[in-house]
Design a protein around this ligand. Structure first.
Ligand SMILES: *[C@@H]1O[C@H](CO)[C@@H](O)[C@H](O)[C@H]1NC(C)=O
Ligand SMILES: *[C@@H]1O[C@H](CO)[C@@H](O)[C@H](O)[C@H]1NC(C)=O
Ligand SMILES: *[C@@H]1O[C@H](CO)[C@@H](O)[C@H](O)[C@H]1NC(C)=O
Ligand SMILES: *[C@@H]1O[C@H](CO)[C@@H](O)[C@H](O)[C@H]1NC(C)=O
Ligand SMILES: *[C@@H]1O[C@H](CO)[C@@H](O)[C@H](O)[C@H]1NC(C)=O
Ligand SMILES: *[C@@H]1O[C@H](CO)[C@@H](O)[C@H](O)[C@H]1NC(C)=O
Ligand SMILES: *[C@@H]1O[C@H](CO)[C@@H](O)[C@H](O)[C@H]1NC(C)=O
Ligand SMILES: *[C@@H]1O[C@H](CO)[C@@H](O)[C@H](O)[C@H]1NC(C)=O
Ligand SMILES: *[C@@H]1O[C@H](CO)[C@@H](O)[C@H](O)[C@H]1NC(C)=O
Ligand SMILES: *[C@@H]1O[C@H](CO)[C@@H](O)[C@H](O)[C@H]1NC(C)=O
Ligand SMILES: *[C@@H]1O[C@H](CO)[C@@H](O)[C@H](O)[C@H]1NC(C)=O
Ligand SMILES: *[C@@H]1O[C@H](CO)[C@@H](O)[C@H](O)[C@H]1NC(C)=O
Length: 533
């Protein structure tokens, strides 16, 4: 029954999308979107693309090859570093009467420490709550380390609970510049109430210093989130110090437990029945290769001007949401490369950077100093990632107020960071207009981070977008931030990817690129015009 309908749909699509013409066709063709869908599925099947693992390298190699086949000039920048490779982890408490309790964990603290399979056993100390500064960063001074035994007597394992910051884009730190289809901000209630466990990633601890104070292991408990939402959140900014050039810098094996488990541990500690804890975290250092891909597509005006639109994303992470940018950028490159004659006057530069999930051990902005001409030539910059993300949130329902993690039925809002210089006005207008005619499910908020009392609000997004956003280059950073963004999921995030939404978002980008090109006046044109009488 479904076969004839499918073939009818396919024929219809072919009739609609037909042959490539030179008119402004601001969308992927049916064939291009099918290829993109194939690549997303097949990339997801190979497993997560952690910084420096084989799957990441395979994807960046394929994307580089695809861009080269499409006729772009492609370079790769190769990096080596010690990747922290978590393999097995487990947590046990030994009570004073000899009973051993196996404790469920939600995961590990990335780039923290490494043990053998017997783990590290030491007395367990409750050091309280890891507090939050008004900036949203962690405040390590809130931890009470006075009960920690010195290293000379074997040290201690610490337990603390670890709330996540929240974001409020309705406060003066952000200026709402516009929305998709001019929808009212009331249709994006998340603006004033954004909760998200992965924001714990901004709460760093100096594990090297803590180790010197006797901390030989750690247990961090989630609060105000369900275990399902907390499960295997990989918080890439919170690793040990170091730049990945030396192995074994990771000294404090640290695990996460869910909120209820954390309360149980705290209760047992308070009643004095815990003799010690055993943290097993087998996570050796692996010397790894990873690469950033840089690709250039000449526009029709390339002989007269070097001016470009810079489009960039990152290639590493745990899910087909977090790092689907490279596959989208390949489709966009292929789309614009397929026109003869060229439909863009401006050239396009693509950057697919690595290092995003390296616990800051590999600098994901290094491409900016490796290829300074990328920034020199850019007249507009578009950072983009996380296409097609469905929204999942914890629901706190009365009477128990126990959080339950579930789909809200909406798409995650397309949060878009923007700089607010006068020069950026045409970028803002083009971007907002690129949403005309999009379905109502697509909710986008264009936000400029502002100075409040001398402090500028954070610009979130793939490495380097904040550098661009704070430069004189008109820049937007498209960064939907679903709760599961940094979570490992057994299906790789496939069930949280809305393929139709992804395709519409890609078409918005294609429309934006065409609108920017149509508005663009090259600096040489502008000069000759200003010289004219
Ligand atoms: C942990 O506690 C148990 C029970 O008191 C004790 O037998 C064991 O020696 C302790 N282990 C260490 C390494 O302190
Ligand atoms: C050991 O202590 C725990 C916690 O107080 C208790 O639940 C358990 O029954 C005790 N086990 C034995 C064998 O006494
Ligand atoms: C595992 O590591 C612990 C702590 O460093 C050490 O005491 C123990 O001897 C090691 N066990 C094995 C089998 O190597
Ligand atoms: C800090 O911890 C110690 C021992 O663990 C405890 O005696 C003390 O009361 C704690 N201080 C505060 C301010 O909670
Ligand atoms: C939104 O407002 C802008 C500026 O007023 C206008 O150009 C644009 O057409 C509007 N879009 C929609 C979908 O109403
Ligand atoms: C966010 O800020 C707005 C404006 O100050 C305020 O009305 C709103 O209540 C805040 N949201 C939360 C959850 O505090
Ligand atoms: C904020 O969002 C959370 C869930 O993300 C919800 O439980 C809470 O009621 C919301 N608060 C307000 C003031 O809207
Ligand atoms: C967060 O969790 C803590 C500890 O469980 C609790 O005291 C607090 O009320 C919770 N906050 C919210 C907003 O639910
Ligand atoms: C990384 O750190 C090591 C040791 O501190 C230093 O020798 C090396 O130059 C650094 N590498 C980079 C790329 O910063
Ligand atoms: C990362 O690279 C950028 C330039 O590409 C540089 O400005 C920045 O200082 C570097 N960060 C670190 C921590 O080395
Ligand atoms: C900014 O500073 C003023 C004066 O000190 C203060 O009243 C205000 O609350 C501050 N605003 C914020 C958002 O911190
Ligand atoms: C490209 O530039 C030429 C010459 O300046 C101009 O005639 C043409 O309209 C431009 N094409 C587009 C798509 O903007």
């Amino acid at each position: 029954m479904s076969r004839p309908i499918l073939s009818f749909a396919l024929l219809w699509a072919i009739a609609l999308c037909g042959a490539r013409t030179t008119s402004l066709g601001a969308q992927l063709t049916q064939a291009e979107s099918q290829v993109l869908q194939d690549r997303l599925l097949q990339t997801n099947l190979r497993g997560p693309r952690w910084t420096g693992n084989e799957n990441q390298y395979t994807m960046t190699e394929l994307v580089a090859e695809g861009m080269e086949n499409a006729g772009l000039d492609v370079d790769t920048i190769e990096y080596d570093f010690y990747r922290w490779d978590p393999r097995w982890w487990t947590l046990k408490l030994t009570l004073v009467n000899g009973t051993v309790i196996g404790v469920p964990t939600t995961g590990y603290w990335p780039y923290s420490g490494n043990t053998n399979l017997s783990g590290i056993t030491a007395p367990l100390v409750d050091v309280g709550t890891f507090g939050i500064l008004p900036t949203g960063d962690g405040d390590p001074s809130t931890l009470n380390l006075s009960g920690v035994a010195p290293l000379s007597s074997g040290g201690s394992i610490i337990f603390f609970d670890n709330p996540s910051p929240t974001h409020n884009y309705s406060e003066p730190g952000y200026h709402l510049l516009g929305t998709s289809r001019n929808i009212s901000s009331s249709q994006i209630p998340e603006l004033g109430n954004l909760t998200n466990p992965h924001w714990q990633g901004t709460k760093t601890l100096d594990w090297t210093a803590l180790y010197q104070q006797g901390v030989v292991g750690a247990i961090s408990a989630w609060v105000n989130t369900s275990d399902d939402n907390a499960a295997l959140q990989f918080l890439p900014n919170v690793g040990s110090p170091g730049n990945g050039s030396t192995p074994n810098a990771y000294t404090v094996p640290a695990l996460y437990v869910g909120s209820t488990t954390g309360q149980m541990i705290r209760g047992l500690l308070a009643s004095g029945v815990v003799a010690n804890a055993t943290v097993v975290l087998k996570a050796p250092d692996v010397w790894a290769q990873t690469q950033t891909v840089v690709a250039h597509l000449d526009g029709a005006a390339a002989d007269d001007t070097d001016d470009t639109i810079l489009i960039f994303t990152h290639s590493d992470g745990p899910s087909i949401i977090e790092e689907n940018g490279p596959l989208v950028l390949l489709s966009i490159a292929e789309h614009f490369a397929s026109y003869t004659p060229k439909i863009l006057n401006m050239s396009l530069d693509f950057v697919i950077t690595t290092g995003h999930m390296s616990g800051h051990h590999l600098n994901e902005s290094a491409w900016m100093s490796d290829y300074p001409e990328l920034l020199q030539n850019a007249k507009f910059a578009i950072a983009c990632e996380h296409f097609g993300a469905l929204e999942w949130k914890d629901e706190f329902s009365s009477p128990s107020m126990t959080p339950v993690y579930s789909a809200t039925g909406n798409l995650e809002p397309m949060w878009t960071m923007a700089n607010e210089s006068k020069a950026s006005g045409s970028l803002h207008d083009s971007y907002l207009n690129a949403f005309d005619g999009t379905p109502s499910s697509l909710r986008m908020a264009l936000l400029a981070p502002e100075y409040v009392n001398g402090t500028r609000s954070p610009w979130y997004g793939v490495g380097g977008s904040a550098v661009l956003g704070r430069s004189s280059i008109p820049t937007i950073g498209i960064i939907p931030q679903p709760d599961y963004l940094w979570a490992s999921m057994t299906d790789g995030g496939w069930s949280k990817l809305d393929m139709n939404a992804l395709m519409v978002e890609v078409d918005v980008l294609i429309a934006l690129i065409q609108k920017l090109d149509a508005r663009y006046v090259s600096s040489s044109d502008a000069e000759s015009r200003s010289r004219a009488p």
